[in-house]
Design a protein around this ligand. Structure first.
Ligand code: SAM
Ligand code: FES
Length: 352
């Protein structure tokens, strides 16, 4: 079947077989991509119009107990300059963000067990007390279901945990043997069961990834049906075991954004910082391929550079207000506009 016909069918049914997804990923032309993006924009505009949601990202610790082979803050990277923000510093970031119009905050960090579950819970409660109209997303890795439940009860409603790859053997090639793909997937299932709006996701172009793997990602996402999907290109980090590996490409990342939009029409889909890092207009192009979220950085500038997951990360010298303004202009330049609402998954509350 022609690639365009497969795209038509995906637009109509929102599902293809793994072989059909593989065929698109392997055979598509530049024209096919334009065709896909047009349909992806049409679909996202049906649910979200020209709105782009913003999430204020607070990267509060770069200590991590894990040793993922691709990541710049892995525990065995001796060159990483470690930092962790105190509670009052994190609250200050949230307050500043609130002043700038942010109504959702993403608290992200390495798996830093020096913050107890209770401390994180208290932090969530304090942000919610100060700003009851805000939504809080946590993105701090794998924990017990009871801990996720406790944080949810404290007021966190969303959780971002990229599954990294839907293929167990591929996961094992990207992580040390102590890390378990099954456990990560179980965490995602636990989060969903508790009632979080859940974000899954993966890197595009990570080492050993094939077209069949990417196709499997789409089948996995269709089956798991997350509220958010965070994807970005893999970018080599100079101190990591993958320092010499090839980066993921703009083209393949945009293709995956478009395919994800047609597969999960209502999904919250960020045009990520990594996409902006491999191409100066990466985030704008991501929006034009079907994305509907951007995540400017609200961390203090003094620590920004230290949260270096990959080389040449953008926005490490800009103040929060600068990033906010910069993204506003970038979105306007392609005909979209930033909205300062909580930006919930469309129909999330009606389904409950
Ligand atoms: N510790 C939390 C977790 O495990 O979910 C959140 C932080 S983790 C550093 C955030 C994401 O960064 C990972 O899920 C991974 O997909 C991405 N990441 C790490 N290293 C990367 C690299 N070299 N290139 C692109 N993305 C990377
Ligand atoms: Fe940070 Fe453009 S978004 S400087």
């Amino acid at each position: 079947m022609e690639t365009k016909e497969l795209i038509d069918r995906l637009e109509r049914d929102h599902i293809l077989t793994q072989e059909e997804y593989t065929a698109i990923i392997t055979n598509h032309t530049t024209q096919d991509m334009e065709y896909l993006f047009e349909k992806a924009r049409k679909l996202r505009e049906q649910y979200y119009q020209k709105d782009v949601y913003v999430r204020g990202l607070i990267e509060f610790s770069n200590y991590c107990k894990n040793d993922c082979f691709y990541c710049g803050i892995r525990c065995s990277n001796r060159n990483a300059q470690r930092y962790r923000l105190r509670e009052d510093e994190i609250l200050e970031c949230a307050n500043q963000g609130y002043e700038l119009g942010f109504r959702t905050f993403v608290l992200q960090g390495g798996e830093d067990l020096s913050y107890s579950a209770r401390q994180i819970g208290e932090l969530v409660k304090k942000i919610k007390q100060a700003h009851p109209d805000c939504a809080i997303t946590l993105s701090i890795g794998e924990r017990e279901k009871e801990v996720y439940q406790y944080w949810y009860d404290c007021g966190a409603q969303r959780y971002l945990l990229r599954h990294e790859t839907a293929t167990k053997e591929h996961y094992q090639a990207l992580h040390p043997k102590e890390m378990s793909w099954e456990h990560r997937i179980q965490c995602l299932r636990d989060l969903k069961e508790i009632g979080y709006q859940v974000g899954a996701g993966f890197m595009v172009g990570s080492p050993y990834q094939t077209a069949a793997h990417l196709a499997k990602e789409l089948c996995f996402l269709k089956d798991f049906d997350p509220h958010m999907v965070g994807i970005g290109p893999f970018i080599a980090q100079k101190d990591s075991p993958f320092a010499k590996e090839k980066n993921g490409t703009l083209r393949e990342t945009l293709l995956m954004l478009g395919l994800i939009r047609l597969t999960l029409p209502k999904v919250l889909l960020p045009a990520t910082t990594a996409l902006g890092t491999i191409d100066p207009k990466g985030r704008e192009k991501g929006i034009l391929a079907g994305a509907n979220v951007v995540m400017p950085n609200l961390s203090p500038v003094s620590v920004r550079k230290k949260y270096e997951l990959y080389d040449n990360k953008i926005c490490t010298g800009e103040e929060s207000a600068q990033c906010r303004g910069c993204l506003e202009n970038r979105m306007e330049s392609v005909g979209y506009h930033i909205v300062t609402s909580r930006g919930d998954y469309v129909s999330f509350f009606e389904n409950k």
